[in-house]
Ligand binder design. Structure first.
Ligand code: TXA
Ligand code: MG
Length: 347
């Protein structure tokens, strides 16, 4: 199959209409959102949704997110409640995905047989218009091949999906750079299943009862079933072995300089450290205090490290809270909990 890669903005009506027709007809289209690129199709079309799993090589038990253009459209596909509307008023459109009981109209192939559905209303203008023009909700996971870092540019999608899908819309680099915050709600409580740009602290401002699923920060125990199936897979894994360095215990610069003498390694450092690091395979992630920029660049740098064909990657262990929690979660899983220094670490 030939894959069209088309530069767009929200005013490119002709291209967006064509993309919407493809989606309505059950084909797969790569499209930008503010978090990462999605691989979308008609959420009411059971077979089309099965094709998403094939295109990604995604395990059949990992459900998809359904994208809507207006928060109230959640009504058509799920059983909402007052808390949903409180959250919607504050955070939608935006990087928040809410899991609620599903209505029958959503096929089991979207939810991997679960009786709940994940609902998200993106703020990206291209995504918004695409959903409106399609006239149906769009089921879309991240547009990477399963196991690779989520794509934050159209080129990443092209690298993974060329020849597999008919169209990719190029709307530039994603602003956030990690996937949306995923929460499960009932009438009065929220469980945070995947941290993102909408933080635990922000959710607390809307609801007193917010808890964080242990799968966000801890390794799953043998046989343990996470609340979000996606959390059990070793996601975002670069080909090289990633190690995180806990700077509370190990001096990052001396450690990586020592290692680069004998190892083919890449170093993901803060911008201000770059000059003092002797390795020629540097991946500056942003200034130490600029967590937003670091988050935005993370997946791009993990892909770049793969291109460098290194054996190992060293990076800082992010803080386990606040707006860093999303980075912590992605990185601790990408490195399979290999931390150097610190209480749970080794050297
Ligand atoms: O930012 C995002 O959320 C991007 C863009 C494209 O919207 N999408 C995305 O989708 O990251 P995906 O499929 O890569 O991640 C969806 C996550 C998975 O971990 C999945 O297990 C979880 O949401 N999920 C979906 N439906 C669920 C459900 N009914 N119950 C529990 N977890 C669910
Ligand atoms: Mg994904």
């Amino acid at each position: 199959m030939k894959t069209e890669l088309l530069k767009v903005d929200e005013k490119c009506d002709e291209i967006l209409k064509r993309a919407a027709e493809l989606i309505k007809g059950g084909s797969l289209v790569g499209f930008p959102t503010e978090t990462v690129y999605g691989l979308g199709t008609n959420a009411f079309d059971a077979d089309a949704c099965l094709n998403i799993f094939k295109a990604k090589g995604r395990p059949a038990d990992n459900p998809l997110i359904v994208h809507i253009s207006r928060p109230e459209d959640a009504e058509k596909i799920s059983y909402t409640n007052e808390l949903y509307y409180k959250l919607a008023k504050r955070f939608m459109p935006g990087a928040l995905t809410v899991i609620m009981p599903k209505r029958d109209i959503i096929p089991g192939s979207v939810t991997a047989g679960l009786d709940t559905v994940a609902v998200r209303c993106p703020i990206n203008k291209i995504a918004h218009k695409l959903i409106e023009l399609s006239g149906v909700p769009i089921a879309a996971p991240s547009a990477n091949r399963s196991g690779k870092p989520s794509p934050t540019s159209a080129k990443h999608v092209f690298d993974d999906m060329d020849g597999i899908i008919p169209m990719i819309l190029d709307g530039g680099d994603c602003e956030v750079g990690v996937e949306s915050t995923v929460i499960k709600i009932d009438e009065s409580s929220i469980i945070l299943l995947r941290p993102g740009a909408i933080t635990f602290e922000m959710l607390k401002e809307v609801c007193d009862n917010v808890s964080i699923s242990s799968a966000v920060t801890e390794e799953l125990k043998e046989g343990e079933k996470p609340l979000s199936p996606g959390m059990k897979y070793k996601h975002y894994a670069p080909k090289a072995e990633l190690y995180l360095i806990d700077d509370n215990y190990v001096d990052f610069v001396s450690f990586v300089n020592e290692r680069s003498k004998t190892e083919n390694c890449a170093v993901m450092c803060y911008d201000e450290e770059a000059e003092r690091i002797t390795s020629d395979k540097l991946l500056p992630v942003g200034e130490k205090n600029d967590v937003k920029k670091q988050t935005k660049r993370l997946f791009m740098l993990l892909r770049k490290a793969d291109d460098m064909k290194v054996m190992t990657i060293y990076a800082h262990l992010p803080e386990k809270g606040g707006e860093s929690l999303a980075m912590y979660n992605r990185m601790i899983r990408a490195c399979a909990h290999r931390v150097i220094g610190g209480t749970n670490g080794k050297i």
